[in-house]
Design a protein around this ligand. Structure first.
Ligand SMILES: Nc1ncnc2c1ncn2[C@@H]1O[C@H](COP(=O)(O)OP(=O)(O)O)[C@@H](O)[C@H]1O
Ligand SMILES: [Mg+2]
Length: 240
């Protein structure tokens, strides 16, 4: 579903991503941990076609994102740390705008209402301007946009940072539901506790390299927090 093969991305001397190999299957959530500057966002930027790889490929449903960016983009949704919404538009108008921008022109008002309800918006909020919405609701609107697009691959970059615990739990439940529907999900997070709670696999990036991928079984057998601290406290030369 999402296939990253021998991906490298350099900015001058900075090796933001080095020889990254990773596949995420349908119905799987991968959580990526890594210190600031580890290369997590850069990987997503390449996968989204915002920047070209220095070497290697990213394929989404078999489509190379560099060779055929428009086709690849049809199958991927992106939820950033601060979901971009128009403050003066209502929740429904934002959903309509971004759904059409994503290429789906035939969604009805009933579709929008159904999805807004699914992500947990109260009906009286559908037609309120998003300007006053909490971060939790904004992030859930990001999920609503991804659901409307019916993207098979969902990439999330620290989507739960700054959410209170109730919103965080609700947000992760939405991701778990999407997993059940067969989406392939990458979520970057700094929250080891949440990663352990939801991930099918947890990756750790250090200085552009994917140094560890733990399955559920590995997560049960190892102390993720201790392992992570051990990796991030290594001198960079060792990691590189
Ligand atoms: N557009 C850019 N130009 C130059 N360097 C960049 C750019 N984007 C990211 N970097 C560098 O690449 C490295 C990885 O950054 P990033 O992917 O944002 O890490 P993370 O998301 O894991 O915090 C960092 O050293 C960062 O400074
Ligand atoms: Mg980042």
């Amino acid at each position: 579903m999402l296939e990253i093969e021998n991906l490298s991305k350099h900015y001058g001397d900075v090796k933001a991503v080095q020889n990254l190999d990773l596949t995420i299957e349908p119905g799987e959530i991968l959580c990526m941990l890594g210190a600031n500057g580890a290369g997590k966002t850069t990987t997503l930027m390449v996968a989204l076609g915002f920047t070209e790889p220095t070497a290697g490929t990213v394929r989404i449903r078999g489509v190379d994102v560099t060779q055929d960016p428009l086709e690849a983009k049809r199958h991927v949704a992106y939820v950033s740390e601060n979901v971009m919404l128009y403050g003066n538009f209502t929740a429904r108008q934002n959903l309509d705008f971004f759904t059409k921008l994503g290429g789906k022109k035939d969604a009805s008002d009933a579709d929008y209402a159904q999805v807004l309800g699914r992500v947990g918006l109260q009906e009286d909020a559908f037609n309120r301007r998003v300007k006053g919405f909490s971060k939790g609701i904004r992030q859930k609107l990001g999920i609503a946009i991804a659901i409307m697009k019916d993207a098979k691959v969902i990439l999330l970059d620290e989507p739960t940072s700054g959410l209170d615990s109730k919103s965080g739990v609700e947000f992760l439940q939405l991701l778990a539901d999407l997993r059940t529907e067969g989406k392939a999900i990458w979520m970057t997070t700094h929250d080891i506790f949440r990663a352990k709670g939801i991930a099918d696999r947890v990756g750790i990036m250090v200085s552009g390299r994917l140094v560890q991928v733990l399955t559920r079984r590995g997560l049960e057998q190892q102390d993720l927090e201790a392992l992570y601290v051990q990796y991030v406290s290594q001198p960079t030369e060792q990691a590189a």
